[in-house]
Design a protein around this ligand. Structure first.
Ligand code: NAD
Length: 480
């Protein structure tokens, strides 16, 4: 079986303890590779070399840093097919999706920050004739980047790219559930000539390797994307050490559909925002609120189109949904469908595990599922499921739907569907979410602040926000 290795000091090496974990293909349910079960000794190794590499890398010119990052981006593009196949095999997502989103976005992330750093500037504040202040921004040091499994390479590079561009050296931990493309990425970093120790990738469990990164006294900042519970645990460890934290956490996003919307667009986009990537996107709209006059019409159309979606072999481009990422997550989603039934929900379509043929009979597939008849405040409508499961709920007034939308502990994203511009802006201002899409979903400009409110996170990624995160501002005041 293929053995994934840690990437430390520019080399691919075995974990100190020589222990490995199984890595599964979700479509077949079979282990197909091994990943290092790293611990604090591996993290210590990585920190030592990252510390040693920091003085040089942080003083390497922006242009030089940019150049090597651009080279890595080019290598991602050159290895497009291989990376897309690896992402689909490791994650279970359809290969067309990995080709359309994951891999192009990974090279785009590298290019975006490779060029963004060239335009990054800091502020100056003039006090008329008495003094002038200018702000220096220095790379913060050795930083930790911890990423989740839903967009493995895409979210991994979304953190690493601004950290490297800023001049930080990095200890990165991809999730143990989908480690393969991060491993292939480390090979590309070697090929691109990224200096030794600048980026170090330590594979392994969150509770072991991840926790060792978070609690390490020499790591000055943690950029984390993952579940809200894990985020709280990280904050508990990191806060007394005064580490800088960026936390991108879970969501339970509302899709609000008014009767005056462009109906066809609202249905089509809501299908995508419900079931893309098997509903395993933090930005998926899992609670669909529909204004009463069009509730029945929307429901009929939405359910008919959901039923037509095919689930199965991730390599077959006619399948809209592939496999659920892990057995544990598969069971969690099914348990939420059971909970919805217990809470009085009516399953309008889906609701079952699927076995799409002999080859995939042990894989973890679930039908896209639509549920109605639940109260806005029941557990199914309050807790993150993170799978192909959505609820439909009618509403009558703006006040009522605002109450529903803002009722969860989360506040990541929301969509609003209406042709009434004034209402759209009024709603956007009142919804408690970090990202609002009006008459669209997942339209992404990488320059914009990205992140959530309330239990969906602390801080923002994207654009210059991430470069600010990885740098320490120092104000210098000069008396005139
Ligand atoms: P998770 O919290 O289980 O794991 C995320 C990462 O943290 C993994 O690398 C894991 O190994 C590591 N980890 C786990 N415990 C740790 C600990 N104690 N200390 C340090 N690291 C630890 O999340 P997941 O299941 O991989 O991802 C799904 C979650 O991520 C969902 O809640 C989803 O909404 C969220 N997510 C959020 C965004 C966003 O931008 N807000 C984007 C994608 C996913």
């Amino acid at each position: 079986m293929q053995k994934i290795k840690n990437y430390i000091n520019g080399e691919l090496i075995e974990p100190v303890g020589k222990k490995y974990l199984n890595n599964y293909n979700p479509a077949t349910g079979k282990a197909y590779s091994l990943i290092p079960d790293s611990d604090e000794k591996d993290v210590q190794r990585a920190v030592d070399v990252a510390e040693a590499a920091f003085p040089k890398w942080s003083h390497t010119s922006k242009e030089e840093r940019s150049k090597v990052m651009m080279k890595i981006a080019d290598l991602i593009d050159e290895n497009f097919e291989k990376l897309a196949v690896a992402e689909s095999t490791d994650h279970g997502k359809p290969i067309w999706l990995a080709k359309m989103v994951d891999i192009p976005r990974a090279s785009a992330n590298m290019r975006f920050y490779a060029t963004g750093i060239l335009h990054f500037a800091s502020e100056a504040h003039s006090m008329e004739d008495s003094a002038i202040n200018y702000t220096l921004r220095e790379p913060i040091g050795v930083v930790g980047c911890i990423s989740p499994w839903n967009f493995p390479l895409y979210l991994f590079t979304w953190k690493i790219a601004p950290a490297l561009a800023s001049g930080c050296t990095v200890i990165a931990k991809p999730t143990e559930i989908t480690p393969m493309t991060a491993y292939l990425f480390s090979e590309l970093c070697i090929e691109a000539g990224l200096p030794k120790g600048v980026l170090n990738i330590v594979h392994g469990l969150g509770s072991k390797a991840g926790a060792a990164i978070v609690s390490h006294s020499k790591i000055s900042a943690i950029s984390f994307t993952g579940g809200t519970k894990t985020g709280a645990e990280i904050a508990r460890t990191a806060a007394p050490m005064f580490k800088k934290l960026s936390l991108e956490l879970g969501g339970k996003n509302p899709n609000i559909i008014f009767a005056d919307c462009n109906f066809d667009n609202a249905v089509k986009t809501s299908l995508n925002s419900s079931f893309s990537n098997q509903g395993e996107i933090c930005l998926c709209g899992s609670r669909i609120f529909i204004e009463k006059p069009i509730y029945e019409k929307f429901k009929t159309e939405f359910v008919a189109k959901t039923k037509a979606m095919k689930v199965g072999n991730p390599s077959d481009d006619s399948n809209k949904l592939g496999a659920i990422v892990s057995k544990q997550h598969f069971e969690k989603i099914l348990s939420y469908i059971e909970l919805a039934k217990k809470e009085g929900g009516k399953i309008l379509c889906g609701g079952n595990a699927v076995k799409p043929g002999e080859e995939f009979s042990n894989g973890w597939f679930i039908e896209p599922t639509v549920i109605e008849g639940l109260s806005y405040d029941c557990r199914t409508n309050q807790e993150e499921i993170f799978g192909p499961v959505v609820t439909l709920t009618p509403f009558e007034t703006e006040e009522e739907v605002l109450k529903y939308a803002n009722s969860t502990v989360y506040g990541l994203s929301a969509t609003i569907w209406t042709e009434n511009l004034t209402r759209a802006h009024r709603m956007a201002a009142k919804i408690q979410s970090g990202i609002i899409w009006i008459n669209c979903w997942l339209v992404r400009d990488l320059r914009t602040p990205f992140g959530g409110m309330k239990g969906s996170g602390v801080g923002r990624e994207g654009g210059f926000e991430a470069l600010r995160f990885f740098t320490e501002p120092k104000n210098v005041c000069v008396k005139l």
